[in-house]
Each structure stands twice: as C-alpha cells, then as structure tokens.
Design a protein around this ligand. Structure first.
Ligand SMILES: NC(=O)c1ccc[n+]([C@@H]2O[C@H](COP(=O)([O-])OP(=O)(O)OC[C@H]3O[C@@H](n4cnc5c(N)ncnc54)[C@H](OP(=O)(O)O)[C@@H]3O)[C@@H](O)[C@H]2O)c1
Length: 246
C-alpha cells in the first residue's frame, strides 16, 4: 500500500545539530511544497539547507522554548513538529546502567530532564501552534527500549524510564489534543538503530544492515508520519510503521 503524501508546508524540528534531526531537516527542505522548516538547536546549527530557518532553544530552559514558540507563531500555524532531541550518555555522569548497583540520582535526573520533561515543555508551547484547519502532526523521537512491555533484557534503566515517561506524556497530551484539535496527531517514534553520536558506543554487535544511516531513518520516519491514520494519535510507532507497545 503506498502512502499518501500530505502537504507539509511549515515544519519545526528540534535538535538541528543531531544526526537524525539534521537528516529530517534536509529531507523536509527537499519537498517542493515546503515553505519553511524551523530548525532549533542549543548551539548554532551547521550549514542549513534553503528553507531552513535556525532558532535557539535549550530543553532545560522553558523560557527559550516559549520564546521560540512566540516567534514562530507570528508566521502562522505549523503542519509538522518533530522533537528529535535526546540523551543516552554524557561523560561520567550519565552512562547506561548494567545493574541496579549503577543507579545514580544524577543520571536519572538528567535523562528525565532531557528525554521527558524537555519534550513535554515543547508540547506545552508548540501543540497550540499546530494547524487546526488541516492535518497536523506532533512527533517525539523515543526508543524501543522505552517500551515497558518489550523489556526483556534489562539494563539502561534511566534511559528506558525517561523514554517510558515520554510515552506517557505523548499519550496524555494526545487526549487533550483530540479535544482541542481533532485533525491533529501526537505520536512517539522509534527511529531504529541509527549511526549517530548517541549510539556510537553501543554499535558493536549491531548487524550492518540493522544500523541505519540518519538519512535512511529520517526517510522511514517521514513515511510513518505520512501514513498516520485516525486512531493512531497517542501511540508509538517504529521506523517500519509497526506499533511499539508502551
Ligand atoms: N541513534 C539511535 O540509534 C537511536 C535509537 C533509538 C532512539 N533514538 C532517539 O533518537 C533521538 C535523536 O538521536 P540521535 O541519534 O540523532 O542523537 P544525536 O545525534 O546525539 O542528537 C541528539 C540531539 O539532542 C540534542 N540535545 C541534547 N540535550 C539537549 C538540550 N538540553 N537542549 C536542546 N537539545 C539537546 C543534542 O543537541 P547538541 O547537538 O546541542 O548536543 C542533539 O542535537 C533521541 O531521542 C534518541 O533517544 C536514537
């Protein structure tokens, strides 16, 4: 079954310096109907394609997110919003845990702040900007390991728990969104295992055909978003369109 390509004229992507985000931005800018792709990052983004408009934000600074929303809102509503930020490891203070002996409050706090609270604050300020007179989509990149039901190997507790919390944020926001904007979707996405700084230390043992390039993953994810159907809001989907249980 071929996917209908819904016109997306105005989009925002958070995490513009990230591997998957930057591939998403390039791909969206290549669409002929695209007018503007707002590209948000902490540090100034590298060279951006035409149609990409850079802006600054930090997930840990709500005022910066509110400011970005206020600025972008002036130009009009958005068809697509993608949160492509996230953290899995960060020096000695955040490393995926192998055992409960490794749990630290610092790692949990950091993972939750970046992977759950930050996207929730983006939802707070950007869900109201979704177009109401046509199909519109809010999507946050999560991870399959955030699925509680799917967890058969253990490990990585802070990252898993923060992504599970993100799933709850997505479900909760989708319920309110359905009341306010019936044509809008709010979903979580699993991008597959993708060659990026985030996955680099954990790529050993991943079969080459299962390690996607950022462009490959971005292409799959945009196809999943194009293919969302009524009833899909509030759910998580993998790169191949398969539903990931919360
Ligand atoms: N790669 C994989 O195999 C894989 C698998 C499953 C899920 N995912 C998910 O996919 C998403 C994107 O990952 P990726 O592979 O593209 O990783 P990446 O290249 O490391 O990108 C992560 C992005 O998050 C941004 N970020 C981190 N903390 C931030 C903060 N406080 N404020 C604003 N931005 C912040 C980073 O910004 P800076 O550039 O400023 O540091 C970076 O742009 C993440 O949610 C990740 O959990 C990835």
């Amino acid at each position: 079954m071929s996917t209908i390509r819904y016109p997306v004229r105005r989009a925002v992507v958070f995490g513009a310096n990230g591997a998957i985000a930057s591939a998403l931005i390039s791909m969206l800018c290549d669409r002929p109907e695209m007018e503007a792709v707002y590209a948000g990052s902490r540090a100034p983004a590298g060279p951006l394609p035409n149609k990409a408009l850079p802006f600054a934000f930090d997930l840990l600074d709500e005022a910066s997110i509110a400011q970005a929303a206020a600025t972008i809102a002036v130009d009009g509503p958005l068809d697509l919003e993608i949160v492509a930020t996230g953290v899995l490891h960060e020096g000695a203070s955040l490393q995926p845990e192998k055992s409960w002996r490794d749990f630290t409050p610092e790692a949990f706090a950091r993972a939750f702040a970046v992977n759950a609270t930050g996207p929730a604050l983006i939802a707070k300020h950007f869900l109201p900007l979704l177009a109401k007179d046509r199909r519109s989509v809010f999507a946050a990149l999560s991870a399959r390991v955030g699925s509680i039901e799917d967890n058969r190997t253990g490990g990585w507790a802070a990252y898993r728990a923060s992504k599970a919390a993100l799933h709850q944020v997505i479900r909760t926001a989708s319920i309110e969104l359905a009341r306010k904007n019936a044509g809008a979707f709010c979903v979580a996405l699993h991008p597959g295992t993708v060659d990026s700084a985030l996955s680099k230390p954990f790529q050993r043992g991943v079969a080459p055909e299962k390690l996607f390039t950022p462009a490959q993953s971005a292409g799959y994810l945009l196809e999943v978003l194009d293919g969302l159907r009524p009833g899909d809001s509030g759910r998580a989907f993998a790169w191949d369109g398969a539903r990931v249980p919360f």
